[in-house]
Design a protein around this ligand. Structure first.
Ligand SMILES: [Zn+2]
Ligand SMILES: [Zn+2]
Length: 217
């Protein structure tokens, strides 16, 4: 199966030696994984270059800074940089979208004090139930957490209770994860793809229960 690893790198993560040791360690454990990253020139591109040098494949997901704003953007929030107008929310949108359209199986965050983006992405990953490893920048070195690639990939299928549409995906699970917990990984991902999954059941985007709005009250 194809494992997709998400790497997120803080702008302030400046120790290239430590960065290399993290990437080498992860590559040794998952040499065939595709490395998904935000393509930021400060950090992401450095990690991706090391990954490719080691023989790995990467998938850049640059943010559309100069693209149009979205309906959920705050009005008139565009800013100017180097004479060009951009959407400041393009980065956060992209960070969210990197978790699809196929599931991410593992996240690595290289974090540094004062940089928020990588930490936010790691938090989002944790909320989705994805195994998430945080590598903090130390005084010239990383504090290496116990990274054990002891999860194995498992295909999990979730069915829509209404139309029986099936969504299959690969997820990394622990040997001692209960069946419920394993389905939890898949459901957390599917919620980001428009599914409704809770105690009432699993429903595809076409059959999810209508949200009660204020007009209904
Ligand atoms: Zn915007
Ligand atoms: Zn359905």
């Amino acid at each position: 199966m194809k494992i997709r690893l998400l790497f997120t790198v803080a702008r302030g993560y400046t120790d290239k030696t430590a960065m290399r040791s993290v990437v080498e360690q992860v590559h040794a454990a998952r040499p065939n994984a595709v490395l998904v990253h935000g393509d930021c020139p400060e950090g992401d591109q450095d990690v991706a270059a090391i990954w490719r040098e080691l023989g790995g494949i990467d998938e850049p997901r640059p943010a559309d800074w100069y693209g149009p704003c979205r309906p959920q953007c705050r009005p008139r929030h565009r800013r100017i940089k180097d004479g060009k107008e951009y959407c400041p929310a393009a980065g956060p949108y992209r960070n969210h979208e990197m978790f699809g359209p196929e599931p991410i199986q593992e996240t690595h965050a290289l974090v540094a004090t004062g940089s928020r983006g990588a930490r936010d992405t790691a938090e989002m990953s944790t909320r989705l139930g994805i195994p998430t490893f945080t590598w903090p920048l130390g005084a010239g070195a990383v504090t290496v957490p116990p990274y054990r690639a002891d999860r194995f990939s498992c295909e999990i299928a979730v069915f829509c209770d209404t139309c029986e549409h099936e969504e299959r995906g690969d997820y990394l699970v622990h040997e001692n994860d209960s069946e419920n917990r394993r389905f939890g990984y898949a459901r957390a991902y599917l919620r980001t793809q428009g599914w409704h999954c809770d105690k009432s059941g699993d429903f595809c985007p076409h059959h999810k229960p209508r949200q009660l709005s204020l007009e209904d009250a």
